[in-house]
Design a protein around this ligand. Structure first.
Ligand SMILES: Cc1cc2nc3c(=O)[nH]c(=O)nc-3n(C[C@H](O)[C@H](O)[C@H](O)COP(=O)(O)OP(=O)(O)OC[C@H]3O[C@@H](n4cnc5c(N)ncnc54)[C@H](O)[C@@H]3O)c2cc1C
Length: 244
């Protein structure tokens, strides 16, 4: 294939079949519809932390994790963080807050989540803010029982904590936000000793903390590149942020 030709990302129409207020800052939108059948058969859809670009009825698109798939009903769950921004309009968060059954959206993808656990990993660190919680839940559910996982999640309020299920042995630390997004997370995980043996670190959340932790693990802790994956899921003050 010509290197200059970008692969076409398939798009499917989906319909909102249920809306559930999970926690104060998280709204679950379950989508279904006949067109999803082929989408649910694609290879990447069940990779841990797989995501889609959701095109809202307004036409604007934002990235969301496929939290879970229900194959019997041919539906998938997308968990939207409800963030209240006084300074700017946030199309996806606002839409999710008001979403109604029967509304139609378009999904582009699925895209692989980029979680690539090395075969020799004895431990894994999963760290993120509330936007990463659906991905962390999805990753945790798919971990092998042989690894030990340490999970750190910064959530807006204690009521935003959720159950994280996994076949692996998990220790979960919930963190309360401090002066800026990700600060509490950073302060908690920086310089913590690693468990014994080779491992893997996965971080997602606000862009600045994702970058800070990447630099820390690669340059100060000397982890090899294939043992660190960080994702800037959003950026303070920037709409529809995409990491370069
Ligand atoms: C691969 C991937 C997977 C993702 N998965 C999820 C997911 O499962 N659930 C989820 O909720 N988000 C997820 N995100 C993050 C989500 O795409 C962004 O938060 C997105 O910007 C939200 O769109 P919006 O229309 O609400 O706000 P935008 O229009 O993009 O931004 C408007 C303003 O709101 C601010 N803002 C955006 N997001 C937040 C936030 N979370 N908290 C506070 N301020 C914010 C921006 O800085 C900007 O000032 C994911 C991102 C990526 C790249």
């Amino acid at each position: 294939m010509d290197d200059m030709v970008k692969p076409i990302i398939p798009r499917v129409e989906a319909e909102v079949v249920a809306v559930k207020h999970l926690t104060p800052h998280m709204q679950r939108i379950t989508v279904g519809g006949a067109a999803l059948e082929s989408f649910l058969r694609t290879e990447d859809v069940e990779t841990p932390a797989a995501w889609v670009k959701v095109f809202l009825p307004s036409g604007e698109g934002r990235a969301y994790t496929i939290r879970q798939i229900n194959r019997e009903n041919q539906t998938l769950d997308l968990d939207f963080v409800l963030h209240h921004n006084e300074d700017s309009y946030s199309p996806a968060s606002s839409w999710a807050f008001h979403a109604q059954k029967g509304e139609r959206i378009t999904l582009a993808g699925p895209r692989a989540g980029g979680f690539a656990l090395p075969d020799d990993a004895a431990w894994v660190i999963l760290a993120g803010d509330v936007t990463a919680l659906p991905a962390i839940q999805n990753i945790a559910a798919n971990l092998p029982a042989t690894v030990r996982a340490r999970v750190y999640v910064e959530v807006p309020t204690p009521e935003d904590q959720q159950t994280i299920q996994s076949p692996a042995a998990l220790s979960v630390v919930w963190l309360e936000p401090r002066q800026r997004p990700g600060l509490a997370l950073g302060q908690r995980v920086l310089y913590r000793p690693f468990p014994l043996g080779p491992g893997y670190v996965w971080v997602a959340g606000e862009s600045r903390i994702a970058k800070e932790l990447r630099a820390h693990y690669l340059r100060e802790r000397y982890l090899e590149r294939h043992r660190v994956r960080t994702e800037g899921y959003w950026k303070v003050g920037k709409a529809d942020h995409r990491e370069g």
